[in-house]
Design a protein around this ligand. Structure first.
Ligand SMILES: [Zn+2]
Length: 79
């Protein structure tokens, strides 16, 4: 039990920094395609610093085994 349950801490998939969930972008993997979180299923988080960092697309695509084009599309959309 925690009074801060409404503001959970989550970890960025790229730099592994921990931040309040509301500060992070929530994303989801569908097969090999990166999409924005759809409200169900497994998801992961990306921090604002990583979103704006160079080569983040390659890093995420490699780590999550994602199609690079789908990662680039989502990153460009969020930037
Ligand atoms: Zn990060």
């Amino acid at each position: 039990m925690s009074v801060r349950k409404s503001n959970p801490i989550r970890m960025c998939i790229s730099c592994r920094k921990r931040e309040p969930q509301q500060e992070l972008y929530r994303l989801q993997k569908e097969e090999r395609i990166l999409v924005k979180y759809r409200g169900f299923g497994r998801s992961f988080y990306l921090c604002k610093e990583c979103l704006n960092s160079k080569h983040v697309e390659k890093k995420i695509a490699g780590r999550m085994k994602l199609d690079i084009t789908s990662v680039e599309n989502i990153i460009n959309l969020l930037r």
